[in-house]
Write a protein that binds this ligand. Sequence first.
Ligand SMILES: NC(=O)c1ccc[n+]([C@@H]2O[C@H](COP(=O)([O-])OP(=O)(O)OC[C@H]3O[C@@H](n4cnc5c(N)ncnc54)[C@H](OP(=O)(O)O)[C@@H]3O)[C@@H](O)[C@H]2O)c1
Length: 338
Amino acid sequence: MTLLPGSHRQIVLVARPDGLPVPSNFAIRRVPIPTPSEGEMLVRTLYLSIDAGLRGRLVDASNYAASVPLGGVVRSLGIGEVLESRHEAFFPGQLLVTETGWQEYAAVGPGSTTRVIDTAIAPAPAFLGVLGISGITAHIGMMDLARVGVGETAVVSTAAGAVGSLAGQLAKAAGARTVGITGSAEKVKVCLDDYGYDACIDYRSTSDLSSALAEACPDGIDVYFDNVGAEQLDAVLASLAVGGRVVICGTMGIPPGVVPMGPRYERALLARRASVQGFIWGDHHHRNEEIVASLTERYRAGELRHRQHIVHGLEKAPVAFAELLAGQNLGKTIVSVD
Ligand SMILES: NC(=O)c1ccc[n+]([C@@H]2O[C@H](COP(=O)([O-])OP(=O)(O)OC[C@H]3O[C@@H](n4cnc5c(N)ncnc54)[C@H](OP(=O)(O)O)[C@@H]3O)[C@@H](O)[C@H]2O)c1
């Protein structure tokens, strides 16, 4: 990456991706440390959450969130230590989950994602994964929207990932039979051994995913927690049970640019009286405290297993992001800024 002149480090977008984002789309810039305005806090960024959803914010296209402008700091959740506060509810020394962006210091207001964290419960990075965006998203999709039930079959894609591994464990704890779809033999093993999936399919080494799913789900698929879309969704729809629920959480399998069309699915949905629902975790922030309390209870009881893929150095954020998009992570991708 190019090093632009300045004084605290930020990573900015310098070119819109042509295809999947690559490190040369970003540059490091040095600028003065910001001064918080009335109602804001100055935080020092400790950890960054690396999220697939950023892909949609780097392009100039219609999306659920505004695009990062060219030359703008890359937006991101992170964990920051409050150094100075001009807000009555926050104090120096507190650790916050907040919208830090890819930068070493940030002046932040108390946005809808801002939460004070307690490292007596778990180490700070867990609040970006199992007790943060990943756990909350898994809970909203699997429990609130799909309402998975006892004896049902739940299929999860990106099954070994940050969100997927938790969605699978929540479904299992709710009494479902769980089937994962993931991208390597190593990840299949982790899904079976660590996350308690009843079966798991390596989609990269399976020539016929529809048949593999039909075999793994002989009674049909009641719930599909979809992080991928594309051919994996097509294969799941072929085995959907009557009354099946599909929750669309992410679209890892849909390439940037022109989207190839798949089979039409209206008849499958009609015949199975099935529903498909997309969701964005940010629309459910009013549920955050309750969901995090529930996840924390399970986490403390040792009922939720999780892995973290921690990469060191702010300058590594673009590489960590590219690795996540290439499936080279195993668990929640986090950048430790210092
Ligand atoms: N709706 C929301 O509010 C919300 C919030 C947070 C996250 N999400 C979504 O949740 C999903 C998982 O996010 P995460 O942070 O937990 O990441 P993650 O699953 O830990 O990592 C991303 C994984 O995607 C898979 N992948 C990459 N390219 C793929 C491709 N072409 N086809 C199929 N799979 C591919 C890889 O796993 P394999 O090796 O198994 O293929 C990779 O490890 C993403 O789709 C993300 O956008 C949605």
